[in-house]
Write a protein that binds this ligand. Structure first.
Ligand code: ADP
Length: 468
C-alpha cells in the first residue's frame, strides 16, 4: 500500500491506517500509514545509529545528497502538487509554487557551509569556533505548508550533519510520506525518518531523551507545550509559531494598487500562513475607499476546489479550523460591519466566503487573535503614533508590512514595530540567505540564512595557546 512510514531506510506499513480528508469535499480520499510508539522508538533509534556516520561526512558530501533529493522531488513535481492540493486544499498553482520553493531550499542549503571561524588571532594564541551537529532532530510541521516547511528543516538540519525524525500534522501526512519515499532511495538509512501519527506521538517525540533538538512550526499554544517537553533534557528548540501581522497603510498610497497587494497577502493559502496579513490599518482619510476596494476584491475572488483551474482561494484545511474561523466571524458580525462574505459557502467541504469586516473595536477576536482563515478586519487610525501603539499591542510579533509612497517614512515606522521581520512596500518575501524568526510569543530562534543553520549546531570555542 502507498503512503508508508520511513524507518531506518525502509518504507514500512504503520501499526494502523489514518484517514486523510480532502478539505474541498470534507470526505476521506486517501489513507496513510500511522505509527505507534514502538515505531517511533525504532525511528529515533535508527536516527541515533545513523548520526555518527552522517556527521563524519564532509559538508560537500551531505550537500550532494540534498541536491539529489531536490532533483528527485523536482522529478515528481506534478504528483507532489496534486497530492498537496488534495490534502491541503490550496490552488494547484500555489501547490506547484510550494514544491518549487521546497526544491530550491534544498538546493540552496546543499551548497552552504559553516566552516571553522577564527574569532581572535593574537600573540597569545588563537580562538576558534567550531560548529558541530547536535544529533537527532525532531522536525514537527503543521498543515499549512507541509512540504516547504519540511524542506527547510531537512535542508538546514541535515546539511550540517544531524539526523532527523520528521512528523507532519495528521491532517496533511501524504506529501511528507511521499517525501520519505523519495528520500529512501537517496539518503543513507536512518538519516531521515518519517513518523506519521494521529496527534498522539508529538509529545513522546519531544520528550524523548535521545532527541537533541526540536524544530517546530505550529501554533503558539502547542509551541509552549513543546518548550515544556524540551526542558527536562535541555533540548535545543526552534519555535516558529503564530502571528497577527498588521499591514499599515500610509496616507500617500495608491489605494487600488495597495488593496490588491494586501488582499493577496491576507488570502493566499486561504489566509493560513503564519506570515499572512491578519489586520489592516488605514488612515481615516483613505478608510472608506480602501474598505470598498477590499470588499470588491473579496466578492470577485474565485473560491473553489484547488484542483479547478482559475481557483484563487481554496477551502480551509480542516474542520476544526473551519469552525474556529466561522466562530470568529460570528463575533465580528455583532461588533462591526461585514462588507464582504461573512458566511460559509453552501456546499460540501470547508469553504468560507472571503470576508472583510470594518468598524470593529480592537478587542474583537478577529483583530486580537490569529484567525488563520480568509477573513480580514480593516481598522481606521488617526495618527502614526497611535497606529504603531495599536499594532504593537499584541502578544504576537512575527511579521508585518508597511505601504507608503515614501520609503523613508516606511523605514522609520518599521524601526518601531515589535516583530521578527517587517517588509516595506513588499509582500512577504523569504530569501534563503535572510534569517526568519518571531519576536514575543511568535517564536524563538531563527530559520533560514546562516543563523538558521547555526541553530542546528553547537558552537564550540577552541582556545589555543600560541606556544606550548
Ligand atoms: P494546529 O493547532 O493548528 O492544529 P499544532 O500547532 O497543534 O497545529 O500542530 C503542529 C504540529 O504539532 C502537528 O504536527 C501536531 O501533530 C504537533 N503536535 C501537537 N501536539 C504536540 C505536542 N504536545 N508535542 C509535539 N508536537 C505536537
Amino acid at each position: 500500500m502507498a503512503f508508508r512510514l520511513l524507518i531506518d531506510g525502509k518504507l514500512v506499513e504503520g501499526a494502523s491506517r489514518l484517514d486523510v480528508i480532502n478539505p474541498a469535499s470534507g470526505t476521506v480520499f486517501e489513507t496513510c500509514a500511522c505509527a505507534d510508539e514502538v515505531q517511533l522508538e525504532q525511528a529515533i533509534a535508527a536516527a541515533k545509529r545513523a548520526f555518527p556516520g552522517w556527521a563524519s561526512l564532509t559538508q560537500a558530501a551531505r550537500g550532494d545528497c540534498l541536491d539529489r533529493l531536490a532533483d528527485a522531488v523536482q522529478a515528481r513535481l506534478d504528483e507532489f502538487s496534486s497530492l498537496l492540493t488534495g490534502e491541503q486544499g490550496k490552488p494547484l498553482n500555489q501547490s506547484k509554487g510550494e514544491i518549487a520553493m521546497a526544491v530550491a531550499t534544498l538546493r540552496y542549503f546543499a551548497t552552504q557551509d559553516l566552516p571553522l571561524q577564527t574569532i581572535k588571532d593574537t600573540e597569545e594564541g588563537r580562538v576558534l569556533e567550531q560548529r558541530t551537529p547536535l544529533g537527532v532532530v525532531a522536525a514537527i510541521t503543521p498543515w499549512n505548508y507541509p512540504v516547504y516547511l519540511l524542506a527547510v528543516k531537512v535542508a538546514l538540519g541535515l546539511v550540517v550533519g544531524n539526523t532527523m525524525v520528521a512528523k507532519p500534522a495528521p491532517s496533511t501526512p501524504l506529501t511528507t510520506s511521499l517525501f520519505g519515499e523519495v528520500a529512501a532511495d537517496i539518503l543513507p538509512p536512518g538519516v531521515f525518518n518519517v513518523i506519521i501519527d494521529a496527534n498522539d506521538l508529538g509529545s513522546k517525540l519531544t520528550t524523548h531523551p535521545d532527541v537533541a533538538k526540536i524544530s517546530f512550526t505550529g501554533s503558539t499554544s502547542t509551541g509552549k507545550r513543546v518548550m515544556e517537553s524540551a526542558a527536562d533534557t535541555l533540548k535545543r528548540v526552534t519555535l516558529e509559531l503564530g502571528g497577527n501581522d498588521a499591514a499599515i497603510i500610509l496616507d500617500d498610497v495608491d489605494v487600488a494598487e495597495v488593496a490588491r497587494k494586501v488582499f493577496t497577502a491576507a488570502t493566499v493559502n486561504a489566509g493560513q500562513i503564519c506570515l499572512a496579513t491578519k489586520r489592516i490599518y488605514a488612515p481615516r482619510s483613505l478608510y472608506d475607499a480602501l474598505c470598498d476596494e477590499l470588499a470588491t476584491l473579496a466578492q470577485k475572488a474565485v473560491v473553489d476546489d484547488g484542483l479547478k483551474q482559475g481557483t484563487q482561494i481554496g477551502p480551509v484545511q480542516n474542520k476544526q479550523q473551519y469552525e474556529k474561523v466561522l466562530d470568529i466571524i460570528e463575533e465580528a458580525k455583532t461588533l462591526g460591519t461585514v462588507i464582504a462574505g461573512g458566511h460559509a459557502l453552501d456546499r460540501p467541504g470547508y469553504f468560507i466566503a472571503p470576508t472583510v469586516v470594518r468598524d470593529l473595536p480592537d478587542s474583537a477576536r478577529l483583530v486580537r487573535e490569529e484567525q488563520f482563515g480568509p477573513a480580514i478586519p480593516v481598522l481606521a487610525y488617526d495618527s502614526v503614533d497611535e497606529v504603531i501603539e495599536r499594532v504593537n499591542d499584541s502578544e504576537y510579533g512575527l511579521g508585518g508590512t508597511i505601504w507608503t509612497a515614501a520609503t523613508d517614512r516606511g523605514l522609520e515606522i518599521a524601526m518601531r514595530i515589535q516583530s521578527g521581520t517587517i517588509w516595506v512596500n513588499k509582500p512577504v518575501e523569504l530569501p534563503f540567505d535572510i534569517p526568519l524568526g518571531g519576536a514575543k510569543q511568535s517564536g524563538i530562534g531563527r530559520e533560514l540564512g546562516i543563523d538558521g543553520m547555526k541553530e542546528f549546531t553547537q558552537g564550540k570555542i577552541i582556545n589555543v595557546a600560541r606556544h606550548s
